[in-house]
Design a protein around this ligand. Structure first.
Ligand code: PLP
Length: 427
């Protein structure tokens, strides 16, 4: 009864993201979230298998992060971040710079993954503008997803998601996704483009393309792409919004590479999944191109909530948790368990392209219709998983698991069993 009336009110006034409101199932009414579990008002519980849209790394209601936010509230909640600063932001910037490769020195604060990407794009384009070098083109990867604001949409895969807006997008060159067969030819194509001298920047989701279906590619290829870009003086942007914070088994995806990017975008797990924050981290060389007696050479960008102190406190607390061995023990254990499940999946004819990278395991269900985001199997799978106590949001016919790191061995086994039993009934 109570649930029904709240859901009715939800339908009355709430417009949900990525949701066809006419046909969508009723949402879960979550009353409490603790660790890996979400509890609804009607007494059910679900394992948050996809970490609440990939953000929650330490589990829900982490008391350490909660205390950090509460303590900060009694000191400074939020202040303008131009002409004022505060200790939480200073501390966070120092720590971020400290855990990234040494050439990263400057941290720009914004609100989420999309804005972190927008800022990186603006830095890259204005860098060349300020230096009075006419580099205006940008290269991205086919299948890319960098967010839902206009700049971020422009550098993402074109298609049904952003068709209504496509005529507004700036021109972008797209490189074929570096699947094993295309590794060589995509690098040749990149070199041809870079050699024009017209490219300001290249942007990638390093190692794993999230929204494309957790598609994985090799660090060796990425190293070569960076080397080529740098050979032709092209800035490299890593969109690590999804891949950072242990997702790929290391703190950052770039830690798998020898060559390093010039700009990096961070968000999602940055605050442990508690509050929204975006960071764009730049090298000293990029930063210096904005220093000039003329104010117009500055990066004239900012948001009302830039550098929010409560959020910075949450991020600092999350970084503390990444300094604890237990977090890394959990990450390594999840990867090992994934590898066990991977060999099980590979026995099934209905499973295609199963792969593991760090704490992510992914595969496609063979449906005979190719990969489509609107595959019918998606809704069938989603409902089946819910019935079995798992909140797993497939991307079309791609199923993936990227849990909070505190998920227990037995919870993860339950997730695998649920997926396995679905595969048995769906063929
Ligand atoms: C989620 C995501 C974004 C966008 O982040 P939001 O916080 O949703 O705006 C950008 N890039 C990548 C790689 C992402 O996974």
């Amino acid at each position: 009864m109570e649930t029904a009336s709240w859901l009715k009110r939800d339908k009355q006034n709430v417009w949900h993201p990525f949701t066809q409101m006419l046909t969508a199932d009723e949402p879960l009414l979550i009353e409490r979230a603790e660790g890996t579990c979400l509890f609804t008002t009607d007494g059910k519980s679900y394992i948050d298998v996809n970490s609440s849209w990939w953000v929650n790394v330490h589990g829900h209601g982490n008391p350490y992060i909660g205390k950090a936010i509460a303590d900060q509230f009694s000191l400074v909640d939020h202040v303008i971040f131009a002409g004022a600063t505060h200790k939480q932001a200073i501390r966070l910037a120092e720590r971020i710079v400290h855990i990234l490769p040494p050439h990263f020195t400057k941290v720009f604060f914004s609100d989420d993954g999309s804005t972190a990407v927008e800022v990186a794009l603006k830095m890259a384009f204005q860098y060349w503008h300020n230096k009075q070098e006419p580099k205006k083109r940008i290269l991205a990867l086919e299948g890319a997803y960098h967010g839902d604001t206009f700049g971020a949409m422009a550098i993402g895969q074109r298609g049904f998601f952003n068709e209504p807006f496509e005529h507004f997008f700036f021109d972008v060159d797209f490189l074929p996704f570096p699947s094993v067969e295309l590794e060589k030819s995509s690098l040749e194509q990149a070199e041809k483009l870079f050699a024009t001298g017209e490219f300001a920047s290249v942007i990638v989701e390093p190692l794993v393309q999230g929204s494309a279906g957790m598609l994985m590619y090799s660090a060796a290829w990425l190293d070569q792409l960076i080397a080529l870009a740098h050979k032709y003086d092209v800035l490299v942007i890593f969109d690590e919004v999804m891949t950072a914070w242990g997702r790929t088994g290391k703190l950052f995806a770039m830690d798998h590479c020898v060559n390093k990017p010039d700009l990096v975008c961070l968000s999602k797990g940055l605050t442990g999944g508690t509050l929204p924050l975006g960071l764009t981290v730049a090298t000293e060389t990029i930063y210096e191109a904005f220093l000039h007696p003329e104010k117009t050479k500055a990066l004239l960008h900012g948001h009302s909530y830039t550098g929010n102190a409560l959020i910075c406190a949450a991020a600092n607390a999350s970084l503390d948790l990444f300094e604890e061995d237990q977090t890394w023990v959990n990450i390594a254990r999840i990867e090992e368990q994934h590898l066990g499940f991977l060999s099980q999946l590979e026995q099934l004819t209905i499973v295609r392209n199963a792969a593991v990278c760090g704490t992510i395991i992914r595969f496609e269900i063979e449906t005979g219709e190719g990969n489509t985001y609107f595959s019918e199997i998606r809704d069938k799978a989603y409902r089946y998983f819910l019935e079995h106590g798992c909140l797993i949001r497939p991307l079309g016919n791609t199923i993936f698991v990227n849990p909070p790191y505190c998920i227990t061995e037995s919870e993860l086994e339950h997730v695998y069993e649920t997926i396995y039993s679905f595969l048995k009934v769906c063929k």
